[in-house]
Design a protein around this ligand. Structure first.
Ligand SMILES: Cc1cc2nc3c(=O)[nH]c(=O)nc-3n(C[C@H](O)[C@H](O)[C@H](O)COP(=O)(O)OP(=O)(O)OC[C@H]3O[C@@H](n4cnc5c(N)ncnc54)[C@H](O)[C@@H]3O)c2cc1C
Length: 427
């Protein structure tokens, strides 16, 4: 059973009860109108409401329907690109600030869970995994860079013998374990944020897809049966914005990615697979990522698709990826398979900023948004409140359009990704 209006997934099957929110009808007004009921939109709404602003959130489907309710749920420091890319554009000092703020994004999760009593299985502990010999050196260099240049200490490089004390697989040669990053049930987290926002007075409308935004001193968000006006607006529609702001959409490419949930394994069998209950992601470009669920399933993500259609034989393919890592799960059924789009920017760096004087946006999380979205909401709210210092630095990151416009950008991306997959195959 899934909660109505959400795609079938293990998350929607285990979501906490959540209220229905009304559809936007007639004319509404608030200080700020936010498009998108994912973590970015709701985080912005909470931060603004905490500062005394009236806020409307317009969600086209249901709260958490997008990536926030489907994600791997791995909350990790940093961004979708290497810090070196950000450093090349902004210099060492500002790159260091952005890194520190990304860690704030991770910390914000536990903070919000405590402050608003959000029950979402948040659990610290995350590891990046090396499959190839050269990736062991990569992890070592990364650990040195994190500690030496970014002051991020406390990660541990585990060799095969050490990692196998916690992870029952032969696939990995080394792990970079981070006790501060972690994982959560992303749909329950998003629903918890919505509940917190509502308690702060935020008005949420579901089934209210925004068809156009009219820019001006007062912004007008038009949906099928009503409109919402605000002095400020925020676009937090991620990969689903489709047509509302073409100049923003040209800077990101929706890429499909998939997750499966095994049948329940029972506590003993599950605990034997990941003894310390960390989340794991390998460091290939097209990566595998996994963790255990509260009800002792393996949640295993991977694969990408550049078409709007789910790949054929998805269930079998996901299972086969899971078996590559855990051959001991060969006899286990896959109960749920689902997917969603990540919004990748050309350089995989975050694309956050402002259009004109009063319309804000955050996109380009590039598959690395669970923690960064919360931060984006805070940074945008600060800017609306007159403190733009942080957003101004993010705005200095240059982004280019995907070549070929709407029709040709997919083939161009497929070629680029093929190149990265070939790189993944190197020993
Ligand atoms: C399968 C999958 C696995 C992932 N795994 C991880 C992971 O393990 N770790 C990690 O850090 N990141 C991961 N990500 C990425 C992460 O989930 C996202 O970056 C993040 O959730 C984006 O949040 P958001 O609020 O910006 O967008 P979303 O959660 O997508 O929310 C956008 C919302 O805006 C609404 N919307 C769009 N257009 C309109 C409109 N015109 N009018 C009204 N509403 C509109 C949509 O309906 C949607 O609900 C994953 C993503 C996917 C899809």
């Amino acid at each position: 059973m899934s909660i109505p209006g959400h795609i079938p997934s293990w998350y929607s099957a285990t979501a906490h009860p959540a209220p229905d929110h009304p559809q936007l009808r007639g004319a509404e007004r608030a200080d700020v109108v936010v498009l998108g009921g994912g973590i970015t939109g709701l985080s912005t709404a909470i931060e603004l409401a905490e500062r005394g602003y009236s806020v409307i959130v317009l969600e086209g489907e249901r709260v958490g329907w997008g990536a926030s309710g489907r994600s791997g749920g791995q909350a990790i420091f940093g961004y979708g690109c290497d810090m070196s890319k950000i450093e090349a554009q902004l210099g060492r000092d500002d790159a260091r600030k952005l890194f520190d703020w990304s860690v704030e994004g991770v910390e914000l999760i536990a903070e919000r869970c405590r402050k608003y009593a959000i029950d979402c299985d948040w659990r610290p502990g995350h590891a990046h995994a090396a499959i190839k010999p050269r990736q062991i050196d990569e992890l070592k260099r990364w650990q040195d860079d994190l500690a030496g240049n970014y002051g991020y200490t406390g990660t541990e490089l585990w060799d095969r013998a050490r990692l196998q004390r916690d992870l029952a697989t032969e696939r990995y040669r080394a792990l970079l374990f981070d006790p501060r990053s972690g994982h959560l049930h992303p749909l329950n987290y998003t629903l918890g944020l919505a509940r917190a926002a509502q308690a702060l007075g935020v008005r949420i409308f579901e089934g209210s897809r925004v068809e156009s935004v009219v820019e001006g001193a007062e912004l007008v968000f038009r949906a099928a049966h009503g409109e919402a006006r605000g002095r400020f607006g925020v676009l937090a529609g991620n990969a689903w914005l489709s047509g509302v702001m073409p100049k923003l959409e040209a800077k990101i490419m929706p890429v499909g990615t998939y997750i499966c949930a095994s049948a329940p394994l029972g506590a003993q069998r599950a605990n034997a697979l990941i003894r310390n209950h960390m989340a794991v992601a390998d460091i290939n470009f097209v990566l595998d990522y996994f963790r255990l669920s509260r009800d002792h399933r393996m949640l295993f993500g991977g694969r990408v698709s550049y078409s709007k259609l789910d790949p054929p034989g998805l269930r079998a393919r996901m299972k086969s990826r899971m078996i590559d890592v855990f051959p001991q799960l060969g006899d286990v059924a896959v109960d749920h398979v689902w997917g969603g789009y990540v919004d990748i920017s050309m350089n995989r760096a975050p694309h956050w900023g402002r259009i004109g004087s009063n319309l804000y946006f955050a996109q380009g999380f590039s598959g690395h948004g669970i923690a960064a979205t919360g931060l984006a909401g805070r940074v945008i709210a600060e800017s609306i409140h007159g403190q733009s210092a942080r957003l101004d630095i993010y705005q200095r990151i240059r982004h280019v359009d995907f070549p070929g416009g709407r029709l040709m950008r997919t083939p161009a991306l497929v070629l680029a990704m093929l190149w990265f997959r070939i790189k993944d195959l190197r020993p």
